[in-house]
Design a protein. Sequence first.
Length: 102
Amino acid sequence: MTDVDERRAAQERKRQQQEERHRAFQIAFGQRVQQLRKERGWNQDEFAIQALLHRAHPNKIENGRTDLRMSTVQNIADAFNLSIDELLRFSTKSQESYDSKQ
């Protein structure tokens, strides 16, 4: 394997790791949103109204199937009466593994 091939392989491994962390974050964030929504006794339609979302969006968020804009994250935090920092207080196994290697 040449140096160029080795660098490409290393870049591909890094890209795959980033995708795995991103997916783990999406899933963990969705679980956090679902937990907070249920604690408040809201169904997904009620949550969508509170967070100024399209009614189909909560399902995608809770199932980790969407990337969010910061304005949407802010709307979600506002709906739960939390700061963004408080909303994002959760961990993922992927993130914990990554942090332990640093």
